[in-house]
Ligand binder design. Structure first.
Ligand SMILES: NCc1[nH]cc(CCC(=O)O)c1CC(=O)O
Length: 315
């Protein structure tokens, strides 16, 4: 049997899918074929929000599954809405990459090295708020486009850009990184650095079982807790919300923050749950991770998170 993997055609998506293809071949011994799915988001010159937000990428890949054009698809988990999609299942979350954000500045400068008023590029409301919080003097410039396009702006018209370390790692562009932000002062997008491998939710097929060989339980626990925060807040992927979970021995630690868009206000909470051990892929630990995220989100709401910033809506 040949396993056909659907992917977007961006350099990042192809790099991610290449890793999944190699891992799948190694784990199953099956042949693997990569099917590039062109989405409206890749070809249209309209802005993403005009054509339906980041959902256009996800929907085009799901349509390819429904049409039978491929057997599985690879998403960046942070771009995947938290609402469960009927008829589809996330059959694996492989070992996650570094979830941190990275600074890429010209002349090897760190954030502290940047002069007053330096121009720094990002289009993410969360990153804008986090930057304004620690360096209110900087001029934040709204930028779009793929990772290479953004990196080219450094030395062109910007002093620096902020990007996910994971994307830079997967593209072999760690050379551009001049600083990394600590998760406890700079929690990133829920699920950042993780991949979701999705297929049809079909009991008759053995595909989900093959894909499940790539699942990495600790990555799934972390991502599940982080995404539960976003879901409970009813927040979209462009909300100024950061969440970061990690394992401290057998405790799952979760921190989350909600920011006002101008960065002047922040509500930050931390919580932990015990008993996350072994390579248990069982339901109970996933439910416990989800419950940890839900209760932390409730603490944020209790503290006034919904008044700080618009949480819902697409990009
Ligand atoms: N929203 C775009 C996007 N989706 C996934 C990544 C990077 C890889 C990842 O987080 O897994 C990026 C680029 C970025 O935020 O710098």
């Amino acid at each position: 049997m040949t396993l056909r993997i659907g992917t977007r055609g961006s350099a990042l998506a192809l790099a991610q899918t290449g890793h999944v293809a190699d891992a799948l071949t190694a784990a199953t011994g099956e042949d693997v074929e990569i099917v590039t799915v062109t989405t409206q988001g890749d070809t249209s010159r309209e802005s993403l929000s005009t054509i339906g937000g980041t959902g256009v990428f996800v929907n085009a890949l799901r349509d390819a599954l429904l049409d039978g054009a491929c057997d599985l698809v690879v998403h960046s988990l942070k771009d995947l809405p938290t609402a469960p999609a009927e008829g589809f299942t996330i059959a694996a979350m492989p070992m996650r990459e570094d979830p941190r954000d990275a600074l890429c500045a010209s002349d090897d400068r760190s954030l502290d090295d940047l002069p007053q008023g330096a121009r720094i590029g990002t289009g993410s409301p969360r990153r804008i708020a986090q930057l304004k919080r620690i360096r209110p003097d900087l001029e934040v410039v709204d930028i779009r486009g793929n990772i290479d396009t953004r990196l080219r702006r450094i030395d062109d018209d910007l002093d620096a850009v902020v990007l996910a370390a994971a994307g830079l790692t997967r593209l072999g562009r760690l050379d551009a990184v001049t600083g990394l932000f600590d998760l406890d002062t700079w929690p990133t997008a829920p699920g950042q650095g993780a991949l979701a491998i999705e297929c049809l939710d079909d009991d008759e097929s053995s595909i989900a079982g093959s894909i499940a060989l790539l699942d990495h339980a600790p990555s799934r626990w972390q991502a599940t807790a982080e995404r539960a925060v976003l879901r409970r807040l009813e927040a979209g992927c462009s909300a100024p919300v950061g969440a970061a979970a990690w394992l401290d021995d057998e405790d799952l630690v979760l921190q989350a923050a909600v920011y006002s868009l101008d960065g002047t206000e922040m509500i930050h909470r931390e919580s932990r749950a015990e008993g996350f051990s072994g390579d248990g892929h069982g339901r109970e630990l996933l439910q416990a991770a989800d419950a940890l995220g839900v209760s932390l989100a409730d603490e944020l709401i209790e503290a006034g998170a919904a008044d700080l910033a618009p949480l819902g809506g697409a990009a």
